[in-house]
Design a protein around this ligand. Structure first.
Ligand code: PEP
Length: 266
């Protein structure tokens, strides 16, 4: 399972370094890397990536970026490209987060372009998809998520699939304190893994991790991690405190409610 903390636009540099070292000590006891099925990542704001990445060296915790531009370089003032992220030690980038879709105008076409740019730069991706409250109330959640996934992932190569992680984040659960019920999350994860991904995956390729995101916290991690098809979590607010994120990572560790990598596509 994969636990990722998304720090969004929070913290000073000093606070970011303090939180990163807190996360490293919290997860060191859980055992990361080749000997474990648990993966952990943190996504600090851009200005702190290099310093946090230096602190993470040798810890097994992945350095994740919150976004990238689709172009590699040029007159795109204030943006950050995928090769730039790679050059400061980033391993993976989040694309299609609902806050980028809502406030940054990222539509499915741009999300696809960013995903391709990240993969071309040698980065992994976490592709976020999810429906709004209005879409869920209209019973359109599977159609909306299916459209987002097809737009971003159709035609990826075997190598590109190996670098791809999906995060299902119902918009109405992000930062609201409302979590999808185990039934709602389970139904969507089953739909993604059982119906949508088989259409898209080349023969013989395992389904990627499908994370759940939306008000994940220590109090609900064990229930969420136990849901069939949940391959980990993308965490916003509760990742801003080391003990809280450590408890969430623990819930994703083998024996902590989470399933192993091998079981994720069964
Ligand atoms: C997120 O930002 O991806 C998220 C899920 O936030 P929160 O955990 O705060 O709902």
């Amino acid at each position: 399972m994969f636990a990722v903390g998304n720090w969004k636009m929070n913290l000073t540099l000093e606070e970011a370094l303090g939180l990163a070292s807190g996360v490293v000590s919290q997860v060191s006891e859980l055992g990361l890397g080749a000997e474990s099925t648990l993966q952990v990542g943190i996504a600090p704001p851009f200005p702190y990536l290099h310093a946090v990445g230096t602190l993470l060296e040798g810890s097994g915790v992945e350095l994740v970026a919150q976004d990238c531009h689709a172009e590699t370089k040029g007159a795109f003032m204030s943006w950050v490209s995928a090769p730039m992220l790679r050059s400061v030690g980033v391993r993976r980038v989040i694309v299609g987060h609902s806050e980028r879709r809502k406030h940054g105008g990222d539509d499915d076409t741009r999300v696809r372009a960013k995903l391709e740019a990240a993969l071309a730069a040698g980065l992994g991706v976490i592709l976020c998809v999810g429906e709004s409250l209005e879409e869920r109330e209209a019973g359109r959640q599977a159609e909306v998520v299916g459209t987002q996934l097809r737009a971003a992932l159709t035609g990826l190569s075997v190598e590109q699939w190996a670098e791809t992680v999906i995060a299902y984040e119902p918009l109405w659960a992000i930062g609201t304190g409302k979590t999808a019920s185990p039934e709602q999350a389970g139904e969507m994860h089953t739909q993604i893994i059982g119906q949508i991904l088989p259409e898209l995956l080349p023969a013989g390729v395992d389904a990627p991790f499908v994370l759940y995101g939306g008000s994940v916290k220590p109090a609900n991690i064990d229930a969420l991690a136990a849901i069939d098809g949940v391959g980990g979590v993308l965490v916003g607010g509760a990742s801003l405190e080391a003990n809280s994120f450590g408890r969430i990572a623990q819930g994703c560790a083998p024996g902590g409610g989470g399933v192993s990598n091998d079981a994720r596509s069964e």
